[in-house]
Design a protein around this ligand. Structure first.
Ligand code: OSB
Ligand code: MG
Length: 378
């Protein structure tokens, strides 16, 4: 049945992190998150989340550019327009609108969730998900010294995480990873994420990480450096996983063709939503490339989308899908997201749609601005 979007409300909430999260390009202490309330002609409403950050350090987008793109260009594209399938929305949003993938994704993914509600099926199953539990990894920010990182990594191991990712940068890399490797050894999958902090000239230095049996090193070089990543991959033993570089199905194909990496981190926000995520998942699967679901310090709303995606069959490595309590004193969904004793997050399959209960009072308390397009008035 045709979908008709009648109203989209936007709000910004501010959610303080329990502790600052530092990556090579910046630090976040409070998440500024744009949330969407998307309502169709039958009065069915879904919540969606835009993962853009406050500053353009991870990608060119920010919450403020996304706010503008969603309100000015993207919502007007879909409002009151008959949509046959959520699979059509990405193309609709791409036409003569370059970039703004996170803004596009928030709307596109929301329409997938809306369709799941309409069909009465869990979002996971509408997307082609097959798993009912997904292994969870933690992403640990850059720490002041190796001992502090070891303390955090041990705590994560004891909590049951199935993968421990350490953020690295020049000056906080080989000795930090060595310390964690010595403390936890072969007990758990370890990996490092550089968020583009290195240059090809650092290849010999990065090769020192080969001693630690990491399951991968994520995004060592710049986003546009597919050719240089291919050179680096020939120089080091550790598998390269690309995050920032993979923004489309074509880029995933290029990575594979060039040998620029052996693993892909899929963040649906980064690639413009679920249709492209599924496309990358399928191309990777056909080429024997494992994928896993990355995170952007999402609230419990964004987490529901990521968990649904991560239930697809080729998401064969643990995702950055930490429980709510790893980030927040209190999340915006009830119950909060948790992980079982085996380090698995459960895919909500007992209810249609996102399978979460949004705590609207909490969101009202956290809201700092609102805007809306469509039927309802504020
Ligand atoms: O590179 O994966 C990344 C957070 C913000 C920006 C970039 C990244 C991250 C994370 C967070 O690693 C993972 C999570 O949400 O737990
Ligand atoms: Mg990353």
């Amino acid at each position: 049945m045709t979908i008709r979007i009648e109203d989209v409300q936007l709000r910004e909430i501010r959610l303080p992190l329990k502790e600052p999260f530092r990556i090579s390009s910046g630090v976040v202490t409070e998440r500024r998150i744009a949330l969407l309330e998307i309502t169709d002609a039958d009065g069915i409403m879904v919540w969606a989340e835009c993962v853009a950050g406050e500053l353009p350090n991870y990608s060119a987008e920010t919450i403020d550019t996304a706010w503008h793109a969603i309100g000015e260009w993207l919502v007007p594209r879909v409002i009151e327009r008959p949509i046959e399938s959520p699979a059509d929305v990405h193309a609709l949003l791409e036409e003569n609108i370059c970039g703004h993938n996170m803004a596009k994704a928030a709307l596109e993914m929301g329409i997938w969730a809306l369709e799941a509600e309409r069909q009465g099926v869990p979002l996971s199953r509408l997307l082609g998900g097959t798993r009912d539990r997904v292994p969870t990894g933690i992403s640990i920010g850059i720490q002041a010294n190796p001992a502090a990182l070891v303390t955090r990594a041990k705590a994560a191991f004891d909590a049951g995480y199935r993968k421990i990712k350490m953020k690295i940068q020049p000056g906080a890399d080989v000795e930090f990873v060595r310390a964690v490797h010595e403390a936890l050894g072969a007990n758990v999958h370890l990996m490092a994420d550089a968020n583009s902090a290195y240059a090809l000239a650092d290849a010999d230095h990065l090769a020192k990480l080969d001693d630690f049996g990491l399951i991968m090193i994520e995004q060592p070089l710049n986003r546009d450096d597919l050719v240089r990543h291919a050179r680096l991959q020939r120089h080091i033993w550790t598998s390269i996983c690309l995050d920032e570089s993979i923004t489309s199905v074509d880029r995933a194909e290029d990575m594979i063709a060039l040998g620029a990496g052996r693993i892909i981190n899929i963040k649906p926000g980064r690639v413009g939503g679920f249709t492209v995520s599924k496309g990358i998942h399928n191309v990777a699967q056909a080429n024997g490339i494992p994928v896993w679901c990355g995170g952007m310090l999402e609230s419990g709303i964004g987490r529901a989308y990521n968990v649904a995606l991560a239930s697809l069959p080729n998401f064969s490595l643990p995702g950055d899908l930490s429980p709510s309590a790893r980030y927040w004193e209190r999340d915006v969904v009830t119950p909060e997201w948790t992980m079982d004793s085996e380090g698995m997050v459960h895919v909500p399959l007992d209810r249609p749609g996102l399978g979460i209960t949004v705590d609207v009072d909490r969101i009202d308390d956290l809201t700092v601005r609102r805007a809306g397009i469509g039927q309802s008035t504020l």
